[in-house]
Ligand binder design. Sequence first.
Ligand code: FES
Length: 367
Amino acid sequence: MLSKLENSTTLRWLGKQLFNREDPAAFFDPLLAPLDPMLVRQYVPARVERIEAETADTKTFTLKPAARWGGFRAGQHVTVSIDIDGRRHNRTFSLSCSPLRWQKEGLVTLTIKRLPGGLVTNWMHDHLEPGAVIGLGETFGEFLIPGQPEPVLFIAGGSGITPILSQLETMAAEQYHAPVTLLYFVRTQADIIAAQRLHTLRQGWPAFSLSILATETGAAPRFLNDDHLDAVPGLRARRCYLCGPGGLMELATDLLHQRGIADDHIHCTFFAAPKAALAGDSLGGEVRFSRSDVTVTAEGEVSLLDIAEAASLSPRYGCRMGICHQCSCTKTSGTVINRLTGKTSGPGEEKIQLCVSVPKGPVNLEL
Ligand code: FES
């Protein structure tokens, strides 16, 4: 038993740890995590409840986040934190269930495909077990369904169905009555994700029509084409949502533009960062990470996030695609080019996203 003196010493020590630190959670979380990982405060812990195979390379992870988690809107993404070999990794995934499931049951799902060479996705497939606890961060994203019912066309490719599942289940639960069509492209029938959920939606929701198109089952590949779009009733009046591989997104956007559908009616969310055409020979320069007191020289079209990591720094990041803003950092001077848009920054102080910013000459960062 502790004596009175020892007790007061311990309390004073704890008080100092709590009040003399900018972030007490950073000190206490490593102590609490081994006792009960659901007690940590630096992120929202979420316990893995179930893991189900959707296809040979895609699984759905059902999670029970701590009650303090803020929830999400249909179609949004979340940052997930996972410790692998003692190192914390953040990645961004789409939530694949309706927010109503979180509100009613306290559960959410992530539907995740293995990526060739993907450290986190492959680890989740191979090592994550029910009962384990992972971290959830902010939810974000503007891939949101209309506030008022209007005709909608969804075009999904492969695992691009995941945010759209969240949207469809939300719309069905809310009895969305304007017409909704989903064109879902997969390589083969074996690659259909959430087949049963989609068929259940079609049976119970009269406004919804579904076409699942296997591109590699005939003599020649059959991608999105004019016939698919011409078969969608009232296409010109539809709000369109696209999610899938870059090639499908570009093709769909072109075909929709050809039909007079304006950009403000086309909503996209990406799997991989689209790249603007950049003049590689004018890129690169001396990059100064002032807080870390590190200066390196970079050449060509390399992002500041990659440059920092190559210099053994560990900046925070999530999606690496310019979506989540977790890699935001203050540039105190210098010019960068945004590889998504091709736009050149001003020379002065401003917030930039490291993952999509490429230096153009010398750059100073508060990192
Ligand atoms: S890591 Fe998500 S915007 Fe850079």
